[in-house]
Design a protein around this ligand. Structure first.
Ligand SMILES: Cc1cc2nc3c(=O)[nH]c(=O)nc-3n(C[C@H](O)[C@H](O)[C@H](O)COP(=O)(O)OP(=O)(O)OC[C@H]3O[C@@H](n4cnc5c(N)ncnc54)[C@H](O)[C@@H]3O)c2cc1C
Length: 415
């Protein structure tokens, strides 16, 4: 297990690590990916596949703080916290609440908008340069509401998107039915976001990017990094088998597991995981025209090349607890009620660990220990969407160039 001093070591071959590898190669850098499991078999494996550039409203919001108490009463609802995990996550929740206060919420939206604008441009470029356009669908997203009251409550969010120049259309009646035939009549209003894209399957998309970076010369080392520490030549990587090897620099892109590596550098970053669940039904389970969002129920339904994926939910339960697939099941049952005619048999259940910071923004920047050890993690619900922009920002930092957007909102030391 050896890296070399002329290589940039990227720890974690999820979608963030893969996009970083691709961007660094574009600049002529030699890259080695280090992955302890399978390529893109973490959160990047089974997510909902949205390139949701218009999804600029942070989770930490006044709206969530209003809905959370009701949701938390239902143990299988859109948001849950296993009681035994409450003491562990309490400090994160306190920060989450602070981030939802009006002035911080507005600052988070501004930072999220800047990152999403860059994400859209950087993703277009990555898709074109890596030859991934065959993996992308551009048919928008339809958010659905069961009452005029639920729709009215969503309007401040749409006004915020309007201020950012994000196109959308509120639809009813025949227009709504045309965008998605076969919907339950309980949905009376929809909001259509036409520029929203989805990938054919997030794992296939990541594997195609992996094929590209390996074809361009990146190496994959299978192993677990226990520490990345500063060294004269850049960074030294230490592995769980006791070996160590040098690299020109190290980028920690280990998703929800990145915190351990920051702890080793004595940098305390409040990274937690929002566990998410889904079921993927076989292709043909429903004639789904585009991704549907059921905001009031905290889940989405996505048409993939590999089937129909139904899922979402947030379980603040840490990295160790076994999955509770009753969560996948409850969303499947709701989906069957929302899309009468959905064939619910033959599904595959999955749980993934979203890496999440309490202010809904990722960490992108140099560690306190060294500017040759960089962090790129914590993308929460938006890692697929933001991977190319994150990669561009990391490439800028390593090259010592000014970054395309202000990095202060994403700096590791902001907590
Ligand atoms: C249900 C669900 C739905 C989602 N839907 C969307 C969506 O529609 N759109 C969107 O943009 N995002 C979505 N997300 C979020 C998105 O999946 C994540 O933000 C993204 O995948 C994070 O990518 P990552 O590379 O940081 O982490 P991961 O994909 O988890 O990759 C981290 C990798 O690091 C490896 N690793 C960890 N520690 C070490 C170590 N010490 N040494 C070596 N390797 C290590 C792991 O094995 C893993 O492969 C969703 C997430 C979930 C759970």
């Amino acid at each position: 297990m050896t890296t070399t001093p002329d290589e940039i070591a990227v720890v974690g071959a999820g979608i963030i690590g893969l996009a970083i590898a691709f961007h660094l190669q574009r600049e002529g850098r030699k890259v080695v990916l280090i992955e302890r499991g399978g390529v893109a078999e973490g959160a990047s494996y089974g997510n909902a596949g949205a390139l949701a550039f218009s999804d600029v409203l942070p989770l930490a919001s006044p709206g969530i703080m209003r809905k959370a108490p009701g949701w938390l009463l239902d143990p299988l609802g859109p948001l849950s916290i296993p009681p035994a995990y409450l003491p562990t996550i309490a400090p994160w929740l306190l920060r989450f609440w602070r981030a939802s206060l009006p002035d911080r919420y507005r600052a988070s939206i501004a930072a999220q908008c800047a990152l999403m604008r860059l994400s859209s441009r950087a993703m277009d470029r990555m898709i074109a340069d890596a030859g991934l356009s065959g993996h992308v669908r551009s048919d928008g997203n339809l958010q659905l509401y069961e009452s005029e009251a639920e729709f009215s409550a969503s309007l401040p969010g749409w006004q915020a998107r309007e201020r950012e120049g994000i196109p959308f259309e509120h639809v009813r009646g025949a227009r709504l039915a045309g965008l998605q035939p076969g919907l339950s009549p309980r949905f009376v209003v929809g909001s259509f976001t036409p520029h929203w894209q989805t990938v054919d399957d997030p794992h296939l998309f990541a594997l195609a990017l992996f094929d590209k970076v390996t074809a361009q010369g990146a190496r994959l080392i299978r192993g677990e990094v226990t520490e990345a520490v500063p060294s004269e030549g850049g960074a030294e990587l230490r592995f769980s088998d006791g070996s160590a090897s040098p690299a020109g620099a190290a980028v920690i892109a280990a998703g929800a597991w990145s915190r351990k590596l920051c702890d080793q550098l004595r940098e305390r970053i409040p990274l937690e995981t929002e566990r998410g669940y889904n079921t993927t039904l076989p292709p043909g389970a429903f004639d789904l025209r585009r991704q549907l969002t059921f905001g009031g129920h905290g889940f989405v339904i996505t048409p993939l090349a590999t089937g129909i994926r139904i899922g979402g939910a947030v379980e603040l339960g840490g990295l160790k607890r076994p999955p509770n697939f009753a969560r996948s099941q409850i969303m499947l049952e709701k989906a069957a009620a929302f899309l009468p005619g959905l064939k619910t048999g033959g599904g595959k259940q999955w749980m993934g660990f979203r890496p999440s910071l309490p202010d809904t923004l990722p960490v992108i920047g140099a560690s306190k220990a060294s500017d040759r050890i960089l962090y790129a993690f914590g993308h929460g619900h938006s890692g697929l969407t933001q991977c190319a922009a994150t990669a561009q920002l990391i490439a800028d930092l390593l090259a010592g160039r000014p970054s395309a957007i202000p990095l202060a909102p994403f700096r590791p030391a902001r907590f």
